[in-house]
Write a protein that binds this ligand. Structure first.
Ligand code: F6R
Length: 629
């Protein structure tokens, strides 16, 4: 879950007499780390090659601490370097445990993302060889092993040394290394952890994802599982761990650098909340043919096979799992296929019933969540067909799945997911409608009508965003609240869960989401004078009984002293008498309402966390991409 960046440029006085390229390694590394900081911010560090060998600076805490350190102790100019921003796994977030780890008397620097599972056995052997370790990290063990292999079996061949070392490591790792005797070279390897190459003119890059070099190039190459790459200013060479040459697949990054900026909002999260109309629109774009029939281009599963699917299992974690819960209602309604939603980390530890006619759909913004990846691998082993709904092109989960449906929400930088949640629901709805079309569960006209209503969602989200002052004011007034409850029913239930999660993770307020019908079975005991409760009310135009039951729930909690804040459809008069405040959302089909109802709750959480003075984008203890189990 760390962020990794590597750079090589053409040095002044290169043997071929070529002009130096314009970037200093340090500038590229710091820019890359700034963009990758969402992956972890426990410490940051860089190492560059200079005439004196490897020189490194590293500091616990955010990137700004490293920048201050570099001001105080500057590094000499260099055209070759590596940089790292850390989410601590082995060893606490200290200066000493920060990467890079420089070993072999200052000759070799290594950075790492992931967890090396067999580090203890290597460490014991290296200690027996006389190696002294300075940190508590598994990374330093990998670095020491690389140094030993470099000197012995690889006889000074850095690429070969990394191939041999990678063969001996188990677990998840992206490793990058530079060596004093190899100016203009960065070597890297990956297993179960991401790495992308960026291609420039007279310079090349490495990044955990493309945002690590997006300011400099949009040409990129994906690295496959168990590969090693060696970059120089003019070339990149890919091999497997045994040293066999491999081809890389080049692609052009469609995101631009501006998309990764805050656009004037105080936080990425607020920007991303405002990106939601566009995220929904982009995810819907280009999905149907001229006759209005859905065509999912990246669906690589034979339609005949899809017709036979008799069970869907949705796998995901956190917010993505809540998107899955919303999708379940729609898929079952539209396709009549039994659909289960399961937390990915629970899935493989029971004995799930999977057959060749089970479709396993994973939802993951990052495409790198280790719990979800492992569950997908397990489902594949058991014979299921797998499909990924994912926001990150070229990431591991879609690469390892039989089919993929990309959400086109653009990069999501804030740790708390917002626009990816909406885009995931939209993509899962497209899947549901596609299956309904294929299997004839719905008439073409009905599918067209739902698609048309989905097409109106972006403008309706915009309407909520344009009228956000009341919910923001409420959020600021509640900054000292100790607990907030969220109630919902039917598709409003996962919305309540997601509203509570947003508040927990960025405002550190105790928050719980409940199914409104469950209230009388226990949670109503929590209600006391002044307890704030948000209630997501279903449309009065939907099933009548559902609406009136939720209105009764509001009355019940109000009678016990709760402060009731209600998210309800425009024109819903019935709720007004029982609500301290009503936040209206535009009319839409009941199954599409979560795409609107969640927006005020996202705004509430972001505004409240901001009012408390918290870092809205990088909440404590969390990281954007959870690449460990
Ligand atoms: C919460 C949040 C997390 C993620 C979860 C899965 O705001 O962002 O709960 O949804 O860690 O991440 P992905 O979707 O990348 O697999």
């Amino acid at each position: 879950m760390c962020g990794i960046v590597g750079y090589v440029g053409r040095a002044q006085g290169s043997p071929d007499g070529a002009q130096p390229h314009g970037h200093s390694a340090l500038d590229v590394l710091l820019e890359g780390l700034r963009r990758l900081e969402y992956r972890g911010y426990d410490s940051a560090g860089v190492a560059v090659l200079t005439d004196n060998g490897v020189e490194s600076r590293k500091k616990a805490g955010k990137l700004s601490n490293l920048e201050a350190e570099l001001k105080e102790h500057p590094l000499p100019e260099s055209m070759t370097g590596i940089g790292h921003t850390r989410w601590a796994t082995h060893g606490g977030p200290t200066d000493r445990n920060a990467h890079p780890h420089v070993v072999a008397g200052g000759s070799l620097a290594v950075i790492h993302n992931g967890i090396i599972e067999n580090f203890a056995e290597h460490k014991a052997q290296l200690i027996a060889d006389g190696v002294e370790f300075l940190s508590e990290t598994d990374t330093e063990v990998a670095a020491a092993l690389l140094a030993k292999v470099y000197e012995t079996e690889a006889k000074g061949d850095l690429t070969k040394a990394l191939q041999l070392t990678s063969q001996r490591l188990e677990g998840a790792f992206t490793l990058l290394a530079i060596h004093k005797d190899h100016p203009g070279v960065v070597v890297a390897s990956r297993r179960n952890s991401p790495l992308v190459i960026g291609l420039g003119e007279g310079e090349n890059f490495l990044g955990s994802d493309v945002s690590g070099f997006i300011d400099f190039t949009k040409r990129a190459v994906e690295l496959e599982q168990d590969q090693v790459v060696t970059i120089t200013p003019e070339s990149f060479e890919i091999t497997d761990f045994a040293g066999n040459a491999a081809e890389g697949k080049e692609f052009t990054v469609s995101w631009d650098a501006a998309a990764a900026e805050k656009d004037g909002f105080p936080s990425f999260m607020e920007k991303e909340i405002h990106d939601q109309p566009e995220a929904v629109l982009q995810t819907l774009l280009g999905r149907s043919d001229i006759e209005g029939r859905l065509t999912l281009d990246e669906m690589r599963i034979d339609p005949e096979e899809l017709k036979k699917i008799d069970k869907i299992i949705v796998l995901a974690c956190g917010t993505s799992a809540y998107a899955g819960h919303v999708a379940k209602y729609a898929i079952e309604t539209w396709c009549r296929i039994p659909t289960e939603v399961e937390l990915a980390h629970e899935f493989r530890y029971r004995e799930p019933i999977i057959t060749p006619t089970t479709l396993v759909v994973s939802l993951s913004q990052s495409g790198e969540t280790m719990d979800t990846l492992m569950a997908v691998r397990y489902a594949k082993e058991q014979g299921a067909r797998t499909m990924a709904i994912c926001n990150t092109n070229g990431s591991t989960i879609p690469r390892e799945s039989d089919a993929v449906l990309y959400t086109h929400a653009g990069p999501e930088i804030a740790v708390a997911s917002t626009k990816a949640f909406l885009a995931q629901i939209v993509a899962a709805y497209l899947l549901g409608l596609y299956l309904a079309q294929l299997r004839g569960n719905k008439f073409q006209g009905e599918i067209k009508d739902i698609l048309a209503d989905l097409g109106k969602i972006p403008a309706k989200i915009q309407q909520i965003l344009d009228g956000d002052s009341a919910i923001k004011e409420l959020a600021r007034s509640m900054k000292d609240a100790e607990s907030v409850l969220f109630l919902g029913r039917h598709v409003g239930f996962p919305v309540a869960l997601e509203g509570a999660l947003k508040l927990k993770e960025i405002a550190y307020i105790h928050a719980e989401g409940f199914a409104a019908g469950e209230l009388k079975h226990g949670p109503i005991a929590l209600i006391e004078e002044g307890q704030p409760v948000f209630v997501v009310v279903p449309s009065p135009r939907g099933r009548d009984s559902l609406h009136s039951k939720v209105v009764s729930n509001i009355q019940e909690i109000r009678a016990r002293g709760a402060r009731t804040f209600v998210i309800a459809e425009e024109g819903d008069e019935a709720v007004k008498a029982y609500a301290e405040q009503v936040f209206s959302i535009p009319e839409t089909q009941p199954l599409l309402a979560p795409l609107l109802a969640i927006v005020p709750l996202q705004i509430f959480a972001a505004e409240l966390a901001g009012a408390k003075g918290y870092d809205v984008d990088q909440p404590r203890n969390l990281a954007k991409s959870v690449t460990v189990e």
